[in-house]
Write a protein that binds this ligand. Structure first.
Ligand SMILES: *[C@@H]1O[C@H](CO)[C@@H](O)[C@H](O)[C@H]1NC(C)=O
Ligand SMILES: *[C@@H]1O[C@H](CO)[C@@H](O)[C@H](O)[C@H]1NC(C)=O
Ligand SMILES: *[C@@H]1O[C@H](CO)[C@@H](O)[C@H](O)[C@H]1NC(C)=O
Ligand SMILES: *[C@@H]1O[C@H](CO)[C@@H](O)[C@H](O)[C@H]1NC(C)=O
Ligand SMILES: *[C@@H]1O[C@H](CO)[C@@H](O)[C@H](O)[C@H]1NC(C)=O
Ligand SMILES: *[C@@H]1O[C@H](CO)[C@@H](O)[C@H](O)[C@H]1NC(C)=O
Ligand SMILES: *[C@@H]1O[C@H](CO)[C@@H](O)[C@H](O)[C@H]1NC(C)=O
Ligand SMILES: *[C@@H]1O[C@H](CO)[C@@H](O)[C@H](O)[C@H]1NC(C)=O
Length: 361
């Protein structure tokens, strides 16, 4: 009697194990991992053939050649290290300023000129008033300082909607195309010291390094790419949401890029293409606020989309591997190379600089 019970229990265990193994195999994560090795860092295959067909029929990264040509995506592109600015230390430092950000622009230029005097500084003007541009030029008084007006007429109309940041990939590519290596920073970021050797070293290995996101979510966990990316965007990159559930989102507030052939073809091209397709960078229903990070599991879409930042995180994950974030991320909390300035601090600094300016002239 006892042995029969034992036998039954064993049978049950075996059946349960077979059951588990079977369902384990069905889990997407297993499929994806084997695919990752098979496809050898190519864009991932989709886990389901039917989905794949439906997706590739609908969503493609196709952009008009005329836009791509303007940005240097041509048959013989200018690439690092051959076609670069030789009259300035590289990378050049690039930022973008909108209407009402003159104080940040001036503080930014002062910071670059003191900390990295041998590097050129380039400010893209997204919409400063004529008066503000005149003021800015007074502080942009060196041969290594440039102000460039972004000409929205050259690009699809949504690029002028600054809230969706389609301009960011566009200006970074524009600067890469002429200078060869670009350190992009938002205009409210400053250097706390002038030694970027370690940052440059790190980015030379892969060609691109972004700052790690410093605002962390619940229980000190970094936000997953999936929690800050509208589900529709994944389709443009022929991938599915599940692939990115455990990939932390990296910030584009500061990033160092070298215009190598691999970066040009595999990172900048798809990133710029997505930015130029309104439905890719700004899927219907996407918004940037009202995030809800209290949803469980934590990788669920929070309701907030990060536009160009979401797109770049997808491109980087697909190229370097979704579990390889350390290859392209820079942990600023160790070195504190970068810091933020608030509007108040920047306004005060601008006030002092401006009064010194009028005092001398
Ligand atoms: C800038 O370049 C000059 C001339 O090449 C060099 O002497 C100087 O040390 C450089 N300054 C910095 C801060 O790297
Ligand atoms: C470097 O040279 C290019 C032309 O080759 C010029 O357009 C650019 O303004 C120069 N940059 C600096 C910092 O002088
Ligand atoms: C810059 O920092 C590195 C360490 O990160 C150091 O080895 C190097 O000497 C520093 N360079 C200068 C000019 O201070
Ligand atoms: C950067 O790399 C060079 C050569 O690969 C090395 O000599 C130097 O020590 C590195 N510097 C830092 C700060 O890591
Ligand atoms: C700088 O500001 C950004 C956005 O406002 C924020 O996400 C980030 O955590 C700030 N970084 C630091 C070091 O305070
Ligand atoms: C992560 O990077 C390593 C080293 O470059 C590479 O061998 C590996 O395939 C990458 N992982 C994925 C998932 O692509
Ligand atoms: C502005 O002028 C004051 C007094 O002339 C001087 O102490 C200060 O260093 C100047 N500030 C800057 C940023 O040049
Ligand atoms: C540029 O302007 C600033 C602020 O007025 C001044 O301190 C600096 O000496 C000027 N530099 C040159 C090269 O004229």
């Amino acid at each position: 009697m006892r042995s029969r019970t034992c036998f039954l229990i064993i049978i049950c265990l075996v059946v349960a194990t077979i059951f588990l193994i079977f369902f384990e195999d069905q889990r997407p994560i297993g499929t994806i991992q084997s695919l990752v090795t098979e496809t050898n860092k190519q864009f991932y295959k989709i886990k389901n053939f039917k989905d794949n067909l439906a997706i590739s029929e609908q969503k493609k990264l196709i952009t008009d050649d005329k836009y791509l040509k303007i940005l240097g995506f041509v048959d013989n592109p200018r690439l690092y290290p051959h076609s670069v600015w030789r009259n300035s230390s590289l990378p050049i430092i690039v930022t973008a300023v909108q209407s009402g950000q003159l104080h940040h622009a001036v503080g930014f230029l002062r910071n670059i000129m003191t900390m990295l005097p041998n590097h050129s500084a380039v400010v893209y003007n997204l919409g400063l008033s004529n008066y503000d541009v005149k003021m800015l030029m007074k502080f942009c008084n060196s041969s290594k300082c440039f102000v460039i007006d972004l000409n929205y007429d050259l690009f699809p109309s949504h690029v002028a909607k600054l809230a969706i940041h389609a301009y960011r990939p566009v200006i970074i590519q524009d600067a890469l195309n002429f200078a060869g290596a670009v350190l992009y920073m938002e205009c409210d970021i400053r250097f706390s010291f002038g030694n970027i050797t370690a940052l440059v070293n790190k980015s030379l290995k892969t060609g691109i390094v972004l700052s790690e996101q410093e605002d962390v979510g619940v229980s000190n966990q970094k936000h997953a790419v999936t929690s800050l990316t509208h589900p529709k965007m994944f389709e443009y990159f022929q991938t599915v949401v599940d692939n990115f559930e455990f990939t932390p989102m990296i910030s584009v507030r500061s990033m160092l890029v070298f215009n190598t052939e691999a970066i040009h073809k595999n990172i900048m091209l798809p990133w710029v293409q997505c930015a130029l397709i309104q439905e890719c960078i700004y899927p219907i229903g996407a918004q940037s606020d009202g995030c809800r990070f209290d949803k469980k599991p934590h990788f669920r879409y929070s309701g907030c989309h990060r536009y160009d930042e979401s797109a770049l995180n997808l491109v980087l994950g697909l190229h370097f591997g979704v579990d390889n974030v350390s290859l392209y991320s820079w942990d600023n909390s160790r070195t504190r190379l970068f810091f933020n300035v608030t509007d108040e601090v920047a306004e005060k600094e601008y006030f002092v600089l401006k009064s010194n300016l009028t005092g001398t002239s």
